[in-house]
Design a protein around this ligand. Structure first.
Ligand SMILES: [Fe+2]
Length: 348
């Protein structure tokens, strides 16, 4: 993207995030990645009268290639962590999420915005106040619920016992001390009790496997008992290829906690395209997590919600055309949100 355009969208972002005179913004990058992001955010912070600096960490070594969450590169680097705790806002261009260091920085009152997706996607899914309000409506509903049930025409029927973990919202900017968000994003989630997820999930063609960044082609049946996956197999009549890939990947971490059930919720952004992976195959898949009416469940760590599971093996799986009930009230009806305050203005 042209650097002037990039500067402009970062200025809009930091304005949403409440950056103002007297604040200090740190931009975090790693190795040679995303130097142009740092330039744009540093420029934008200065336009708003804030102090700014760029903290560039060394490139990761011995990377396995797998998406192992929680390794921030900040571990053991006290001076770097303290520098980030001391500022008002960190723009994280490295993906710190699930790391101990991210939580420590937030606990110090520093707000964190992650920005790692391609600039063109950042521009197209620029946050809005209206979308934030719709996401917060969803979060309020979710926070009150004691159970969540997800069903699909393909045979999914799974129940999460809620009420143990907090509800989180992501709407693409953050103006609250200590709060984290990710640009772009528009979804809500919480987690089931550690032993409180039971049932079957049947992935259908077109559902999305992140971080494979692929669309499911062959049905996958996942059996869950007491919060852990007990079985992964190809659905009736399928070659079972996607089931084998999913099972092989999780197995490679050699960690029983990799079979745990993680966060669960739904997406709200009608501008986000289900077909987005065909446009940005190298991104993190935030467009897929956000597309309107998706129901997303996840596998692996729940430490982001305050839970005990900090396995590095993590899947996010947005699904199309599913239905979601909170305490038996239909909230997502085959991919359509039922509550008018969560719908875009032209769908109310
Ligand atoms: Fe996730």
């Amino acid at each position: 993207m042209d650097q002037n355009l990039f500067n402009d969208i970062c200025l809009r972002q930091l304005t949403f995030s409440g950056v103002h005179e007297g604040e200090t913004v740190a931009v975090l990058t790693r190795g040679s990645e995303r130097g142009e992001y740092a330039d744009a955010f540093l420029w934008a912070a200065r336009q708003l009268g804030a102090q700014a600096f760029h903290l560039r960490m060394p490139a990761p070594v011995n990377a396995s290639g797998a998406w192992a969450v929680g390794d921030s590169g900040l571990a053991g680097n006290r001076h770097a962590v303290e520098a980030l705790k001391a500022v008002d806002m960190v723009v994280d261009c490295t993906f710190l999420l699930f790391s101990k260091e991210q939580f420590e920085i937030q606990d110090a009152g520093t707000r964190i915005l992650t920005a790692v997706e391609p600039p063109e996607l950042l521009a197209r899914l620029m946050p809005t106040k209206e979308l934030r309000e719709r996401v917060e409506t969803g979060a309020e509903l979710l926070a009150k619920a004691q159970t969540m049930r997800i069903t699909s025409p393909h045979g999914t029927d799974v129940t999460y016992r809620l009420g143990v973990y907090p509800t989180m919202s992501e709407y693409g900017y953050t103006d609250t001390p200590g709060r984290w968000d990710h640009w772009p994003a528009a979804f809500v989630f919480t987690g089931g009790a550690d032993d409180g997820v039971d049932g079957k999930i049947v992935l259908a063609p077109g559902d999305v496997l992140l971080p494979f960044n692929t669309y499911v082609q062959t049905p996958v049946e996942i059996t869950i008992e007491q919060g852990f996956i007990q079985d992964i197999r190809g659905g009736a009549g399928s070659s079972g290829l996607d089931a084998e890939l999913l099972a092989s990947y999780i197995k490679s971490f050699d960690d029983p906690r990799g079979y745990g059930m993680s966060h669960v919720g739904w997406g709200l952004d009608e501008r986000a395209h289900w077909h987005g992976l065909t446009q940005f195959p190298g991104g993190m898949g935030m467009e897929l997590r956000s597309f309107y009416g998706n129901v997303m469940f996840s596998i692996g760590p729940n430490n982001e919600l305050g839970g005990p599971n900090d396995t590095p093996c993590h899947f996010d799986i947005p699904m199309r055309g599913n239905s979601l009930y909170l305490d038996d009230e239909l909230i997502v009806d085959a991919g359509e949100l039922t509550v008018s305050e969560m719908r875009p203005a032209d769908k109310r």
